[in-house]
Design a protein around this ligand. Structure first.
Ligand SMILES: Nc1ncnc2c1ncn2[C@@H]1O[C@H](COP(=O)(O)OP(=O)(O)OP(=O)(O)O)[C@@H](O)[C@H]1O
Ligand SMILES: [Mg+2]
Length: 163
């Protein structure tokens, strides 16, 4: 892990490692946090979300999949997880009728795939995670967040063995 300005840079070598990175991030999150996931198809946005779920204390019995028939999947945990996927939506205006803002100001953590599609509505304090392909099983993962949040995430990653 490298810290570069307000960005933490990591490399993942496997889906399992991405899940462990997500779990560390999740353990550092608090109710009300928003995580914006940005990255191409198959970079691991859903994979890292399943790790974040573990870090939030969502029981293992819940298998994390992208919401398809509903806009948001909701999972119970130490902190509830709301999982939103913007992939099929044209843009943030599509959120208007869906009560998304209620979740955003709610008591859980909101994780958003394809968050760039609602860039105009992301709060400044959102945790931004970008994922990039770097070969078959390798991914570059960059996490940016405001100072306090970044510090807790960095500590959790260090405790998780990412140094
Ligand atoms: N290091 C890695 N981290 C995460 N996923 C990996 C890694 N290496 C290989 N993979 C594979 O890449 C795929 C990632 O799929 P995932 O559904 O998480 O991507 P996604 O970014 O959510 O895609 P989509 O844009 O379609 O929602 C999985 O098949 C996973 O096994
Ligand atoms: Mg996905």
């Amino acid at each position: 892990m490298r810290e570069d300005g307000d960005v933490l840079r990591l490399a993942s070598g496997s889906p399992g490692e991405t899940i462990r990175i997500g779990a560390a991030v999740g353990s550092a999150l608090e109710a009300g946090d928003i995580v914006a996931l940005i990255g191409d198809l198959g970079t691991g946005k859903t994979c890292i979300t399943s790790g974040i779920a573990r870090g939030l204390g969502v029981p293992e019995a819940y298998y994390i999949t992208s919401p398809t028939f509903t806009l948001i999947n909701e999972y119970p945990g130490r902190i509830p997880l709301y999982h939103l996927d913007m992939y099929r939506l044209a843009g943030s205006a599509d959120l208007d009728d869906m009560g998304v803002e209620e979740y955003v100001y709610g008591s859980g953590v909101m994780v958003i795939e394809w968050a760039e599609k609602m860039a105009d509505r992301l709060p400044r304090n959102a945790v931004r995670i970008t994922l990039e392909h770097d070969g078959e099983e390798k991914r570059k993962i960059e996490i940016s967040a405001e100072f306090d949040k970044r510090t807790s995430i960095r500590k959790a990653l260090e405790e998780g063995g990412f140094r």
